[in-house]
Design a protein around this ligand. Structure first.
Ligand SMILES: Nc1nc2c(c(=O)[nH]1)N[C@H]1C(S)=C(S)[C@@H](COP(=O)(O)O)O[C@H]1N2
Ligand SMILES: [Mo]
Length: 320
């Protein structure tokens, strides 16, 4: 495979590219054209180096005027590696509503995450709709350092700001019959270009058992790096489940529903043999197309051995 030096060193090689991308055909075309490892991100960004790209992403985030959020860090959650650079994380995101590649930051201009309401319903005593600001004012906001592990084998470590999902669940009082929680992202094809693709089960949905949902680790993030979430990280509110592969951490949530049945979920509906409902990080179970034994950090490209439950076994192993 031709190696092209302008790509950041953490860019996934073609062999690790995922079927999560519907642009595989275009990649095959590029390969045929002798541009095998040249990605669309490099082509569209027109950037020469990672540092240059980070500067462009930083400028764009400044223009978004993200509201600062100051809050105390919860010191119970420590990480075993350096934090990922903010702009490297913001330049390399998965958000398939906008892009099949990592260049989401270039494609979110039309997305309007304000105003926003989140509706909580189903098998609960107190179904409610919350304006996002009201919800934030009711919740105990804190910062947590978490490691994130994508099923594609890239990883990051970032400071999220938000509150435990459990606190929201307590507000709505689930009935005893509620055993599952379903989460749904917006459906706005006019703002999110790829939602016009009719062969995919939009809107993006995810789900948890109620026991997972009330686990201490399950976190609803409304910020990152000391400010509101940028659009590409799932503004204005997204789930963060550090013991599971990243696709469970659904972005830009509009609906949360309690039920007595396991909900259908986006990647599981598309490729059930590759993306299971539980999606717990496990180094011993390979993805059908690649090993999960190790992971590569964004920015540095450092490799670490994958840990069972992504290193969070002491919190969640008892659930399984
Ligand atoms: N709505 C929605 N949520 C989503 C996704 C998506 O495509 N759409 N991608 C998931 C995947 S595969 C990962 S790895 C994480 C990435 O989070 P980050 O891009 O903020 O790092 O978001 C998850 N949440
Ligand atoms: Mo992912």
């Amino acid at each position: 495979m031709t190696s092209i030096k302008i790509l950041p060193d953490w860019f996934l090689p073609e062999s690790q590219a995922t079927s999560e991308s519907i642009y595989m055909n275009r990649r095959r075309f590029l390969k045929k054209a002798g541009l095998g490892s040249l990605s669309t991100i490099g082509l569209l960004a027109g950037c020469q180096t990672l540092e240059e790209k980070k500067a462009v992403v930083k400028q764009k985030l400044l223009e978004e005027r993200l509201r600062p959020i100051t809050t105390a860090r919860n010191l119970a959650f420590t990480i075993d590696r350096p934090l990922t650079n903010e702009y490297s994380a913001a330049a390399y995101t998965n958000f398939y509503e906008f892009s099949g590649d990592k260049d989401v930051w270039q494609k979110v201009d039309k997305f309007q995450p304000h105003p926003w309401t989140i509706e909580v319903s189903g098998l609960v005593a107190k179904p409610q709709k919350f304006a996002i600001e009201d919800l934030i004012s009711k919740m105990p906001i804190e910062e947590r350092l978490y490691r994130h592990r994508c099923v594609e084998a890239w990883a990051m470590a970032v400071p999220w700001i938000g509150f435990p999902l459990k606190r929201l669940i307590e507000l709505v009082e689930p009935k005893a019959t509620a055993t599952y929680v379903k989460f749904t992202t917006f459906m706005r094809p006019e703002q999110a270009g790829r939602q016009i693709l009719h062969n995919q089960p939009w809107p993006y949905t995810e789900g948890l058992t109620i026991k997972e949902a009330v686990n201490e680790l399950a976190f609803l993030a409304v910020g990152i790096y000391g400010h509101e979430l940028p659009k590409q990280h799932g503004a204005p509110i997204r789930l963060v489940l550090p013991w599971k592969y990243g696709y469970k951490s659904i972005k830009s949530i509009e609906k949360i529903e309690f039920s007595d049945r396991q909900p259908p979920t986006f990647w599981n509906m598309r490729f059930p043999e590759e993306y299971d409902f539980l999606a717990n990080v496990n180094p011993n179970i390979a993805h059908p197309r690649w090993s999960q034994a190790s992971e590569k950090m964004l920015e540095t490209g450092d490799r670490y051995a994958t840990q069972m439950y992504n290193g969070y076994a002491s919190y969640v192993a008892n659930l399984y």
